[in-house]
Design a protein around this ligand. Structure first.
Ligand SMILES: [Zn+2]
Length: 222
């Protein structure tokens, strides 16, 4: 009898652990955000989006999910880290600001924050001025842990930024052309995107249904 209560306590401990929600692991791993990146961000906002601002921050209305097509976190970090865009002449014509996102999700679901949540980042033509980007390490092979981390991150962002109304996959961005949300001064500046895949978006959306986030206009607002 005297062993019963420690055993019960242990069983309760196991049960609690089994029921606990997965840990939300967010690690700050900042990329360079120097004066040059700040000025290039303000220039991008003015030239591409037609928005004059003094500070490179956004009022988020949307979350855009991506995959990196680069297999490791380290390689991806090195790509986003410099302020200036390396190579990619098609993108350089539009701006020399390097691409980046505030959030990078590793294969095991660990979330790295590269920039403060609402810092302006170049990741989605026409929508950067209002969109928070989440990049997932990988290709069309994103993991279940990444899917769960995206769900948690979307919930975290919606909790902190009430103005967020939309959740889209990068491949859906062109559906906003012609709507008031689309802001890009050159109608020919467009790139083809398939990330992060329809099945990944379906899975994430089905798990955050209760947040009532809208999709692209092509989805009929679902
Ligand atoms: Zn993308």
């Amino acid at each position: 009898m005297k062993y019963l209560s420690p055993i019960l306590a242990f069983v309760a401990f196991l049960l609690l652990n089994a029921c606990a929600k997965p840990t939300f692991r967010l690690i700050d791993k900042p990329i360079i955000f120097d004066e040059e990146r700040k000025q290039l961000s303000l220039e991008y906002l003015a030239k591409r989006h037609g928005i004059q601002q003094q500070q490179p921050y956004i009022k988020p209305k949307m979350i855009v999910l991506h995959w990196t097509a680069v297999p490791t976190l380290e390689a991806t970090f090195d790509i986003f880290n410099p302020s200036l865009l390396p190579g990619r002449p098609d993108l350089q014509k539009a701006s020399r600001l390097n691409t980046s996102v505030p959030f990078l999700v590793d294969r095991d679901g660990t979330i790295f924050r590269l920039l403060p949540d609402t810092t302006f980042a170049r990741h989605c033509i026409g929508l950067n001025y209002c969109a928070i980007g989440i990049e997932n390490i990988g290709n069309n092979d994103l993991t279940k842990a990444q899917m769960k981390a995206n769900v948690q991150l979307v919930r975290y962002l919606k909790r902190h930024y009430k103005g967020i109304e939309y959740l889209i996959g990068h491949y859906e961005y062109k559906d906003f052309i012609g709507t008031p949300i689309w802001k890009e001064t050159d109608p020919n500046y467009l790139t083809g995107k398939i990330d992060p895949g329809k099945s990944f978006m379906r899975k994430v959306r089905s798990r955050v249904k209760d947040l009532h986030l809208k999709g692209s206009p092509g989805l009929g607002g679902e």
